[in-house]
Every structure is written in C-alpha cells, then in structure tokens.
Design a protein around this ligand. Structure first.
Ligand code: COA
Length: 254
C-alpha cells in the first residue's frame, strides 16, 4: 500500500498519511507527492477543499529521520520545501484531522490549515531544539502569533508537547472529538465548505491571510536555509544518531 493516499471525491481532495508502521513519518517521496498534489489541486477547478488526515493513533512523527540523513534538504527546490511553499500559499480551504502524536512538521503544517479537528489523544510537539535544529514551516513566526510568546517558547525552546485541550484553547484546533470520529468530522466539514460559493471562500481566505503572506514566505525561506545547514552540524547529528540508536542524546559537547 502507498505511503500517501490521494483521493478525490465531491470536490474534496484528501491526503491520507498511510505509513503507520513508521508512525507516518514523511519521506522525501511523500513530500514530493504532497507538493505535486497541492499544486495540481490549486490549478484544478474541480477541487475546492483539501484535507490532511492520518490514522486514529498517529497523525505524523514528522520528517523521516533516516531519509533526512540520507538526503538532507540543502536547496530550496527539495521536496520538503516545495511542500511547505505549496501548503502555505494554497488559496483554497485546508482541513486537517489530527489524532495521536503530531511531531515537528506534523504540527507546523497545521499552522497552514484553516480548520483543524483533533482526537482527544492528539499530542502536538515541535522539538526542533531537542534535535539540534531550528523551527521550519514559518513556525517561528506563526507559533508566537497563534499561541502567545510564552507558550510558543515552551513549545519551541523547551520542546514541550501540548495537548488537544491546549491546542483548542489557543485556537490551533477548532474542536476535539473521540479519535474514531476525527477523520469523519473533517470530511463532513470539508464537504460543507465545498458546497459554498468558491469565489467567497477564496476571497475570505485571501483577506484573512494577505496581511502576512509576504512575511510567511520570507520566514519559510530564511528558516529553511538555516535548517539545512544545522542538519549537518554536530548537535543534529548526535540527536539523530541517538534516535536511530534508541538512546538519549548527549549534547554536553555541542
Ligand atoms: N523517522 C523515522 N522513523 C521513525 C520516526 C521518524 N520521525 N518516528 C518513528 N519512527 C519509527 C521508529 O524508528 C520505529 O521503527 P522500528 O519499528 O523499525 O524500530 C517505528 O517508527 C515506531 O516508532 P516508536 O518510536 O517505536 O513508536 P512510539 O509509539 O514509541 O513513539 C513517537 C511514537 C512519534 C512519539 C516517536 O516515534 C518519536 O518521537 N519519533 C520521532 C519524532 C521526531 O523526532 N520527529 C522529528 C523529525 S525532524
């Protein structure tokens, strides 16, 4: 079975992460498929809404660490950065259903979604510092805005996870439901959106986003350049080696 399922039904495109044995971590191939799917959907009048969903036990554990080490994202044209540009500039509504862990880009991609529904088992985290990295997906800009600086600092500097309730309170999530109901709710809401006048949806999202579109694009590029460099540095190498070796990292020398 493919790692990413792409379905089109009733003017809704659904991307389902389907790599549960590796906790839905994203490979370069998955990023490329997601970037291409979003680019095609952007241009296709038959698609009005996009949905991201995972499994009721896991949304995504973020970048596939082994894949990242094999093909580090060192240029703006690599799949992960193509995906981030595609999702952040997507002009049609995006809906997400999140259950279980949403790690790294599993959380930061949600800053670019319009409606996020969470299972009560959702656990969000952005542990970039713990990995010797810096934020991505413009999360250094969007997390403080959405969460307030204090909570963003706990999430980004300490790498503390936060619950579905906390995400609801800060407005990252629109509603919490039992995990078995999250994907179905996201689909229903997407179908509701798809039945509305497209021009009104497009204009409304445009006006909600336009105030900071340039700043988001610039931050994506700036973070991406530093993130790529940091991947090759000793701190990230130690963090990734520790994860692969199923041990705790030792940052005492970095
Ligand atoms: N990249 C590559 N493989 C990953 C992965 C990732 N991001 N996340 C999980 N996996 C793999 C594990 O190596 C393991 O593989 P194995 O069965 O061959 O040993 C399998 O998925 C199951 O993961 P495991 O850690 O045993 O599951 P868990 O339920 O105990 O924990 C998580 C789930 C998501 C909390 C944990 O896997 C995790 O923290 N992953 C890393 C997240 C991360 O740091 N992401 C940011 C990357 S930039």
């Amino acid at each position: 079975m493919a790692d990413l399922l792409i379905d089109h039904a009733e003017r809704v495109m659904t991307l389902t992460f389907n790599r549960v044995d590796k906790k839905n971590s994203f490979t370069a191939a998955m990023y490329a498929e997601m970037a291409d799917a979003l680019t095609a959907a952007q241009a296709d009048d038959g698609v009005r809404v996009g949905v991201f969903q995972g499994h009721e036990t896991i949304f995504s554990s973020g970048n596939d660490i082994a894949d990242f080490l094999k093909t580090p994202p060192l240029s703006p044209d690599v799949p992960v950065f193509r995906f981030l540009r595609a999702i952040s500039s997507f002009t049609k509504p995006l809906v997400a259903a999140v259950c279980g862990p949403a790690v790294g880009i599993g959380t930061t991609l949600l800053f670019h979604c319009d409606l996020v529904y969470a299972g009560d088992n959702a656990a969000f985290s952005m542990p970039f510092v713990n990995l010797g990295l810096c934020p991505e997906a413009a999360s250094s800009l969007l997390a403080p805005q959405r969460m307030g600086y204090g909570r963003a600092a706990e999430a980004l500097l300490l790498g503390d996870p936060f619950s579905a309730e906390a995400a609801l309170e800060m407005g990252l999530v629109s509603r919490i439901v039992p995990p078995t109901q999250a994907n179905a709710l996201a689909q229903r809401q997407a179908q509701k959106l798809a039945a509305k006048p497209m021009s009104s949806l497009l204009q409304t999202k445009h006006f909600m986003k336009i105030g900071q579109a340039k700043a988001v694009a610039q931050r994506l590029a700036d973070e991406g350049a530093v993130f790529g460099q940091m991947l090759g540095q000793p701190a990230a190498r130690e963090a990734f080696a520790a994860f692969m070796g199923k041990r705790l990292p030792d940052f005492s020398k970095v």
